[in-house]
Design a protein around this ligand. Structure first.
Ligand SMILES: Nc1ncnc2c1ncn2[C@@H]1O[C@H](COP(=O)(O)OP(=O)(O)OP(=O)(O)O)[C@@H](O)[C@H]1O
Ligand SMILES: [Mg+2]
Length: 239
């Protein structure tokens, strides 16, 4: 992203001159307190929102003309799974992406099965998504994007609403994926486990970017941006 600024139609400013570079194949955490601009930033990564400045996915500049190509490269999982799930059954929802990409029925079926297994939701296949619990919906929403086999995964608060085992399994799953992963979260321990790098947003601006441990151990920065030093790092400081 280069010098991206964005204001919502009602005039609310949300991003100011945001510039950042995310290495291909890595996992990067996007941190910041409520309203800092994380979701707004993520929606720019597949062109759902377009402010001033430029966003590039590899060598592909996001413009009106490249949106379709961008969206087949970048899989975005919304913060709220109700924004993602709209088909009558879980299986249909997960099949929607690969079908749209032109996969043959056999491959669609295989992708659906694999994606649901990866998120521990195989048993939910025939259920209507709107009847699922929040954590179940979060898993299925992630599966809809895994099934598309994108190069870049943009995940907005993937652990919120998950039970401890679900969170552990998700951490393991995300750590094992070869794709570039951009993950917004309030879950700093999860960030420590998964992300080599983090970006800290505050009031729509990038205020820090660097190796996760170093950034999260910076007490002044954490205080200033409404975050907290994670427990595991606090301990290592006291010892
Ligand atoms: N649709 C919208 N219309 C107007 N303002 C919005 C809209 N969505 C978000 N905002 C505003 O934009 C700013 C950034 O919001 P954003 O949702 O990106 O924050 P966030 O970091 O994702 O917060 P959270 O941790 O609560 O998810 C906030 O001031 C918010 O009130
Ligand atoms: Mg958000």
């Amino acid at each position: 992203m280069e010098a991206v600024s964005f204001r919502y139609p009602d005039g609310q400013p949300a991003l100011h001159e945001v510039s950042l570079e995310i290495p291909a194949g890595g996992a990067v955490g996007i941190l910041g307190s409520n309203g800092a601009g994380k979701s707004t930033l993520m929606l720019h990564l597949n062109g759902l929102l377009r402010g001033s400045g430029t966003v590039r996915i590899g060598d592909l500049l996001i413009t009106e003309r490249t949106l379709a190509a961008v969206r087949s490269r970048v899989g975005l999982v919304f913060q709220n799974p109700d924004d993602q799930l709209f088909m009558p059954t879980v299986a249909d929802d997960v099949a929607f992406g690969p079908r749209h990409q032109g996969c043959k029925p056999g491959l669609v079926e295989e992708r659906v099965r694999q994606a649901l297994r990866a998120v521990g939701a195989d048993a939910l296949m025939a259920r209507p998504p709107h009847h699922l619990s929040l954590g179940q919906k979060k898993r299925v929403a992630l599966a809809t994007v895994l099934a598309m086999d994108c190069e870049v995964l943009v995940l907005d608060e993937p652990t919120s609403g998950l039970d401890p085992r679900g969170r552990r399994e998700l951490t393991r799953l995300l750590a094992s994926l070869p794709q570039t992963r951009v993950i917004s979260t309030h879950d700093l321990e999860f960030t420590l486990e998964l992300c080599e790098q983090v970006v800290v947003l505050h009031e729509g601006r990038v205020v820090a970017q660097g190796p996760t441990r170093a950034v999260l151990a910076d007490g002044d920065l954490m205080e200033r941006t409404g975050l907290e030093i994670p427990h595991s790092l606090r301990h290592s400081h006291e010892e």
